[in-house]
Design a protein around this ligand. Sequence first.
Ligand code: BG6
Length: 502
Amino acid sequence: MARKTDLASTPPGVGAADRRGRPAVAEHEPAVPLPPTVFVLFGGSGDLARRMVLPAFFELAQRGMLPEEWRLVGAGRRDLSHEDFRAHVHDALTEFGPSPDDGPWEEFSKRLRFAGGGFDKSDPGSLLEVLGEARDELGAGPQYVHYLAVPPSTFAPITEGLVQHGFAAGARVVYEKPYGTTPESFRELDNLVLSLLDEDQVFRIDHFLGKEGTQDLHVLRFVNELFSQVWSREHVRRVEIDVPEELDVADRAEFYDATGAALDMLVTHLFQVAAEVAIEPPASLTPTDLQAARESVLASFRPLDPARDVVLGQFEGYRDLDGVADDSTTDTFVAARLWVDTDRWRDVPFLLRTGKRMARSAQRVSLWLRTPEGPVDVMPDHGNVVSLSLSGSGSLDICLVTKKPGPDLVLAPARTTLDLKHVPGGTPLPPYVSLLHDVLTGDRSLFTTSDGLAGAWAAFAPLQERPPRVHPYEPDSWGPAEAGALAGPDGWLLEQRAADEA
Ligand code: BG6
């Protein structure tokens, strides 16, 4: 199956639209028309749906990337009328965009429905009735997509309910994170899901994999000799995956206090991005080969050594937030040194870091290159670094050691940045838009598999078994000093660059 990494099959509508001077929001013509689809959004009136899923769905409508015929049914415990739900979606779009005023709101809103009263094996609430109506409107045999934007405790009962009430056969089911909160709960949930659904019906979403910059990790490297040649321990001395966030957690303190940075970000987003960096060349860039390559390398992640390789932190003032326990030891920061035991990466540290209330916000993957053998053995600090920003539409940043222009032979680092949104004819998609579209087309390359997640949980398990002490750090800082030591004398790239610029 062709997917967006099959460069020769870029859909005609997107590039052509720009050349004809139409607005950035342009018609997209799918290579194969999508079947009539009923999209059931569990947690339809919840926070995640409001911030992420509904705006992404509307953006797909704006870009002409939805099937010709579709219905979106919000499902939840509350008893909202269809009209109330439309007003809710309108508010969500007004707050989180794209604005409903930019169209096609009228057309879009007519296809929204709501089914209240909850949903599980014994009680389907009003969902059966509403889905029956949607099916009558669309004709026989629509494609069902069930999107579970709900707390993980309800993944199992909803999945059982889908089977019990006859909506599972042939359906695609999307599970938000966290898909399990311990190795055991992951295994229990996954066993249940796979006893009821086939693996290829299951879409475990990790939105970092949908980022344009992340997708470029498996494109740049396999289509450019410049990168494919250096992508190994012979040429790379360390890999850094650094996602500091200025963000607070006040608006979701209760969830966060029960979760923490390591669960929220490390075993999920950062491990998946590390796998994207570490993969062996897949047989092809088809969804199956790409997914298999990324997920198989997770099995080579060495289980973390919490005492030696992990630093946890909590920003000062965190315990004063409403919803946070006064004696909370939840981590709002984690830095880890991960080892990938493959021939390609043996002994190259993968430094992973993320935290809340930090000095900067960034999402950066950096490969520090070794000094080539030859006449020069002392190089400027952090000189040769290939780095990708995953924020927004992504950018590639290359820092090379050059001759400092002038009379003397002095070495100095010089940087250039390629903004990926400027690739001619490109229309970058936000990650949720990209991944929702993949669900609609049945493309699983950017979704995690059962085996892949098992590898991630196995590497993460020691941290839950033997968590190290949580160090305090000042808000707006780079985290606890101990994390600096983890990076060694080179320090963390973002921090070094910030210091250079100061
Ligand atoms: C979410 C985490 O999955 O990703 C948040 O729960 C984090 O804590 C967010 O802030 C980062 O996402 P984004 O959209 O900034 O890439």
